[in-house]
Design a binder for this molecule. Sequence first.
Ligand code: NAI
Ligand code: MG
Length: 367
Amino acid sequence: ANPSLLILAGDGIGPEVMAEVKRIIGWFGEKRGVTFDVSEDLVGGAAYDAHGKPLADETMAKAQEVDAVLLGAVGGPKYDVLDFSVKPERGLLRLRKEMDLYANLRPAQCFDALADFSSLKREIVAGLDIMIVRELTSGVYFGEPRGIFPDNEGGRFGVNTQRYTTEEIRRVARSAFELARRRNNRVCSMEKANVMESGILWREEVQWVHDNEYPDVELSHMYADNGAMQLVRWPRQFDVIVTDNLFGDILSDCAAMLTGSLGMLPSASLGAPMANGRPKALYEPVHGSAPDIAGQGKANPIACILSFAMALRYSFDMGEEATRLEKAVETVLADGVRTADLMGPEGGTPVSTSGMGDAVLAALDAS
Ligand code: NAI
Ligand code: MG
């Protein structure tokens, strides 16, 4: 059977950037004989408009069956007044939770042509290609007890709990080691074992997975605060970084700015291996629905295109085709093709969303 893909374009610029990905999927079918069984459905505000829920049960069921889900973006001002239980974001949260997507992959890759967009100097970021693996379903954002409570002096105190089990740590560590084997075989694990019990357990369990299951991968440990410093000092020292939910939230946003525009950043969220050995997977750009530019053909589709490249690599074992697509993007950028978000102070004429799609397709044709 062909590999199966569920496309949930969502709201705002979601459908606009996804339209370019669909053309690229078509290209792979026509020119490379790589055919996907693609189905499409609604998520977020679009789903709410259609059936009063940000994700229909049938859509959820479909997401559980396919090899990979590709999502655009959800949300918009129109839905800000909705009750929290039916907000567009809840559609995405439901997907992540019910698919149990515990490993969030955020690559920070610097295309040479965009090195001047980085917050750092070109010499530091040129050629950068690292992957942050953030634990996504546990830790301090979910741990109990939590709440705001009255104290005995008439004041209040707030509580959150950082709680990790052995298995929660081991499974995300495995995701990181698996990735490292497909990359440069190095993992750096970050926590604060110096001041946190959960950090001590994290370090021990990651080490355990390494020693027992992935002794061939090089493993190092680093305190997360030092990790933040090292990320901006000398980011190219890293290959794969694995860390918990809270530190991963911060470190991945920090790493994102090493590479420039939000319109360039892909992501993947992976869960446990399915019967066919592939992990449960959802791929999506890091950016949101960008209501300020929606409907104007200005959105940069590259983040969504690179998310599809990640799907090719991590869900479909098509590393070569993924590289072909990433190289096409690199070529287009090197040729100076820019959407508005990638225009520097020197100016120039930006291309539209579909203009960028045209350029990537032309580069694919030439590859
Ligand atoms: P945003 O990522 O949508 O936009 C932030 C800024 O970046 C805007 O100025 C936007 O125009 C620009 N931008 C984002 N993606 C771009 C692209 N591909 N090309 C060119 N420019 C791009 O974040 P914001 O404004 O905080 O949120 C807008 C809506 O999106 C909200 O409803 C929010 O809840 C939702 N959102 C959804 C996410 C998701 O679906 N995963 C993630 C983040 C926000
Ligand atoms: Mg964040």
